[in-house]
Design a protein. Structure first.
Length: 574
């Protein structure tokens, strides 16, 4: 078999030891590196009414998960249910009762109820999928003292209602109104001059624009020197995954991208993104938006209910959905908008304000991160996180760390720390970046952490780690435990945890074990099909969604009948 595969490595593929290559060769006419996206590999593919594959919105056409009927929470909490239209089960025993028709108990999988571990009780009672560990028919279904009237709530409903109805008493309102009074034609914002000494900023020569910086102040400085940050990532950068990475050595974590307009409209999902795990000691809120008032209001509301150590402005996300609205990476091309936004943030919060950028914006290549440094300095920003790719480049080709270094070198005299991000997958990659680009203050890990969360531990321990499949499964169990504590241990929480676990596994499957490689893994090289050192390692290296589901069943039990999954992120780059 070794001879059969000795010369089978193609351009764009990782070099794997011949004895671990899968015996079944791929078709000769399949180009190396082409996306393998077949019906066998992806369980759920949205289609339109004519049977053709949809090209937009992977979640469109997806079947909505319908949880099985649960025991009435009102009757369980208060002894009776007064809702005549309640569809929950109201009988506990008997052939029609909940216990006779309850879904599979998951305690046999080796995961204990996380609510009892964290709080000493479980608010889900008999609906908990681990209820056999704490429920008795004649005893306390919550396995401890539980008061439904004093449930911990992150942001009270009345606060969200006030925000949605525009009745919240914002302290930052005077500053926001002053910034709103500044018109675009009142300032000279010429992007071409941002690299010259004749830089014109509001407050420097124009009296009419002095209000923009009247409340400007330097925010407290973040210490990112030699720190390892987990990049803010939509969907996959959730609280359970961040908790796993902190356990592996991550120093700085960010929330998922919080849309300011969603918070202002009262959407609880974006509000919940501001929650942190108790182990996240250096946690920050990343906020995205188009208007300075929305972003300032969002920061004030959320900072009143969390102990985040900093607030980050998203000026890096390259998705057209957001950039066409003038937000995220598009902010780099509008110095008028980004200056007012940063002014509103620094005047609103008492914690450090950072900004995440790319090499340049999506529509104005001259609007570079290097050219925006004077603006960041003038608005009081002292930390910049820079992704070494442009917005149009997305994740193809290599990150340009030379540009990150140039930006960091220019920012140093201004007192601005620049942290870099891009293509770090191994301890050797990290050492190369730190030695070659010493001006870069901190290091941010994104896809590398998704592939292998223990990358933080590799860097902290100063050596590569050949982790076993059993240790990787333990990390998955940690994710599940954090997920059940965060999203709930009832059927709805279990399936939500499964969904986000599968989203993570769609990236984690790209990791190739160190022991079967002939050279270190590189970020943009695809792995040919291989056989791992044991069956579990082979399963974890599969790119088939059906195999990811099998892994989820090891820790969360059988999936519901008819369950399908397709990953949300389908990047063109490997």
């Amino acid at each position: 078999m070794a001879e059969e595969h000795e010369n089978d490595t193609r351009a764009g593929e990782l070099a794997i030891k011949p004895e671990y290559l899968a015996p079944t060769k791929r078709k000769a006419d399949e180009p190396a590196g082409e996306k393998r996206d077949t019906e066998e590999q992806v369980v759920a593919v949205p289609v339109d009414g004519k049977g053709k594959r949809k090209k937009s919105g992977v979640t469109r056409g997806r079947k909505r998960y319908m949880p099985p009927p649960q025991y009435c929470k009102f009757k369980q909490d208060r002894g009776e249910c007064t809702n005549p239209k309640c569809r929950s089960i109201h009988e506990l025993e008997g052939p029609e009762g909940y216990l006779a028709n309850a879904p599979e108990d998951l305690a046999h999988l080796g995961i204990e109820c996380p609510n009892i571990q964290d709080h000493g009780f479980c608010e889900y009672g008999v609906n908990c999928r681990f209820s056999s560990t704490h429920f008795k028919v004649e005893g306390n279904p919550f396995a401890g003292p539980y008061d439904p009237d004093n449930r911990p709530v992150f942001v009270p409903s009345d606060t969200i209602f006030q925000v949605r109805k525009k009745r919240y008493p914002y302290k930052c309102e005077p500053v926001v109104k002053e910034l709103a009074s500044i018109k675009k034609d009142m300032v000279d914002f010429d992007t071409e001059h941002f690299v010259s000494e004749k830089l014109i900023l509001p407050g420097s020569t124009h009296e009419l624009t002095h209000v923009a910086f009247k409340n400007r102040r330097d925010t407290p400085r973040m210490d990112i020197s030699d720190k390892l940050a987990l990049a803010p990532m939509c969907t996959v950068g959730n609280l359970p995954f961040r908790a796993v990475c902190v356990g592996q050595g991550a120093d700085i974590t960010f929330s998922e991208m919080i849309l300011a307009e969603s918070v202002m409209s009262g959407q609880k999902q974006d509000v919940s993104f501001a929650q942190k795990h108790p182990t996240e000691n250096f946690f920050g809120l990343q906020i995205a938006g188009r208007w300075p008032d929305e972003i300032a209001h969002t920061a004030e509301v959320l900072m009143a209910h969390t102990d985040a150590k900093f607030v980050d402005l998203n000026a890096a996300c390259p998705l057209d959905l957001w950039t066409k609205k003038g937000m995220c990476a598009a902010l780099m091309g509008s110095t008028y908008d980004i200056s007012r936004t940063l002014c509103s943030l620094t005047a609103t919060v008492d914690v450090p304000v950072s900004v995440k950028v790319r090499v340049h914006g999506p529509r104005k290549p001259k609007a570079t991160a290097l050219g925006l440094l004077p603006l960041f300095d003038a608005t009081g920003v002292r930390t910049v996180w820079m992704h070494g790719r442009s917005a149009l480049q997305r994740y193809t080709k290599a990150a340009d760390w030379t540009l990150v270094q140039d930006t960091a070198k220019a920012g140093s005299p201004m007192g601005i720390d620049v942290g870099g991000c891009g293509d770090i997958l191994t301890y050797a990659d990290y050492c190369h970046v730190r030695e070659t680009y010493p001006e870069v203050t901190g290091t941010m890990l994104g896809r590398g952490a998704l592939y292998k969360p223990w990358l933080f531990r590799e860097i902290k321990e100063h050596h590569p780690i050949d982790i076993s499949s059993g240790e990787r499964l333990d990390l998955i169990r940690q994710f599940v435990s954090h997920g059940l504590a965060h999203w709930g241990s009832d059927s709805v929480g279990v399936e939500k945890t499964r969904h986000y676990l599968l989203e993570w596994l769609s990236f984690a499957c790209r990791y190739v074990p160190l022991g079967i490689l002939t050279q270190p893994q590189a970020m943009n090289l695809r792995a040919p099909e291989y056989i791992g050192r044991d069956d579990l390692e082979t399963l974890m290296g599969s790119h088939r969604a059906s195999d990811w589901v099998k892994i989820s069943e090891m820790v969360l039990g059988k999936v519901p009948e008819g369950y399908t999954f397709e990953p949300k992120h389908r990047s063109s780059a490997y």
